[in-house]
Design a protein around this ligand. Structure first.
Ligand code: ATP
Length: 397
């Protein structure tokens, strides 16, 4: 999947070359305090070449359950600095290969974070070996972006919701075509550049290539974003668990808070039933024949699910409500597929108008390229390609 590309040598204060797509612009190395070390076996993910490199780490930009993420620059000769990168450090696995590295090595897509280098290094603080994944660095996560608006008692503008939702779905179209299920879709695992509108899915630490008829553990995914079949304990789930996560993320962008906030794992299903209505007994049985938890079979609201969706997500308009009602569906096989999501009228604005207003910008900015599909994506889209792409007329506006 990943194309071989020429190694990128970006001069420290120079402009990145025009063909440096995916490489972060260098800028000047910050003068703040840094931690430096030499790594002997830095592999370039683009060329597979292995070099001894000097790494300069600046600041911690993320912390997860398993490791930390730092901003860093890398050089083979102290003259040409590459970066900034986000280096994710996780304890090196000795007994089995890291799935995150395996997946990032083969993925190559505008909406999937790009791995540039990887290496192992012994941490001086605990003498343990850590795997280092040096990825392109984006300025924010969707969680940060949502909370910036919420802080000012605002919600993300609808155009931004569309722009971000579309790119998540496009990333999923690509991943799911390979059977890769992310399994931890949530706003803090979605990177964004709010000034350009570019979005990339990150954190493949829980991801797995699902094989038909092979069971997978159900205890994955952060609680608020877990698909109903995972809550019920299904071990035969599909990549559609990510589509549920996408629905939760779209809802969260609209209302500035997680839409299903179960205080305990099984109460999560109750939160879902408050919007969707009671889950069907057949669905529960198919998800897990030995499920013996609460069924929430009594309606928790009066009126129709449609009226609930309208009440929760009225801001998204009829198209947004229609999309959410087709994504937040109990039965995974009925949930929309990524290509049907991309073709949904909710995204027609993106096909019609080529600009958006980033936060705090009075002037419009061009949308990132949302329709530069490669041959592989066109193949997966099939007949849908014409519905997803802007029509020639719209394009020339
Ligand atoms: N490429 C990147 N660019 C900028 N920030 C990043 C990047 N990758 C990760 N981060 C930051 O680091 C945080 C943690 O990264 P990541 O989710 O990959 O680690 P994790 O240990 O799996 O975390 P968790 O346990 O929360 O899922 C992200 O939420 C984000 O804030």
């Amino acid at each position: 999947m990943a194309e071989e590309r020429e190694v990128l040598e970006v001069p420290l204060n120079g402009n990145p070359r025009a063909d440096t797509q995916g490489e972060t612009a260098p800028g000047a190395i910050p003068s703040e305090k840094s931690y430096e070390f030499v790594a002997d076996d830095v592999t370039s993910n683009r060329t597979n070449s292995v070099k001894r490199m000097l790494i300069k780490e600046y600041r911690k930009i993320g912390r997860g359950a398993f490791g930390t993420v730092v901003q860093a620059y890398i050089t083979p000769n102290k003259e040409n600095w590459y970066g900034p990168f986000a280096i994710k450090k996780v304890p090196a696995q000795t007994e089995y290969k890291s799935r995150e590295l395996e997946i990032l090595r083969v993925t190559d897509h505008p909406n999937i974070v790009k791995l540039e280098y990887f290496f192992t290094h012994v941490s001086p603080s605990d003498n343990k070996v850590y795997q280092h994944l040096a990825m392109e660095c984006l300025p924010a996560t969707l969680q940060i972006e949502i909370s910036r608006y919420a802080h000012n008692k605002m919600e993300l503008p609808l155009k931004h919701v569309k722009l971000y939702s579309y790119q998540i779905a496009r990333g999923m179209l690509y991943l799911h075509a390979f059977g890769i299920c992310h399994r931890d879709v949530k706003p803090s695992n979605i990177l964004v550049d709010p000034s350009s509108g570019v979005l990339k899915i990150c954190d493949f630490g829980s991801a797995k290539k699902l094989e038909p008829d092979q069971p997978s553990i159900s205890y994955i995914c952060s609680r608020f974003y877990r698909a109903p079949e995972l809550i019920l304990g299904s071990t035969q789930y599909t990549t559609q668990v990510d589509i549920w996560g996408l629905g939760c993320v779209i809802g969260e962008m609209l209302v500035s808070k997680a839409i299903f906030q179960g205080q305990e794992p099984l109460l999560q299903l109750r939160e879902i039933a408050k919007l969707l209505g009671p889950p069907d007994k057949k669905f529960i049985f198919f998800s897990n024949p030995s499920y013996d938890g609460p069924l929430y079979s009594k309606p928790l609201f009066t009126g129709t699910p449609q009226s609930r969706f309208e009440k929760y997500f009225g801001k998204s308009g009829p198209d947004g409500i229609d999309l959410l009602m087709k994504v937040l569906v109990y039965e995974p096989q009925t949930r929309l597929s990524p290509r049907r999501i991309l073709a949904h009228p909710f995204f027609d604005d993106l096909r019609r108008e080529k600009y958006f207003f980033p936060r705090d910008h009075a002037q419009p900015v061009n949308l990132p390229d949302l329709f530069n599909f490669n041959e592989f994506e066109l193949q997966i889209l099939g007949d849908f390609a014409e519905r997803v792409k802007p029509s020639q007329e719209e394009h020339s506006q």
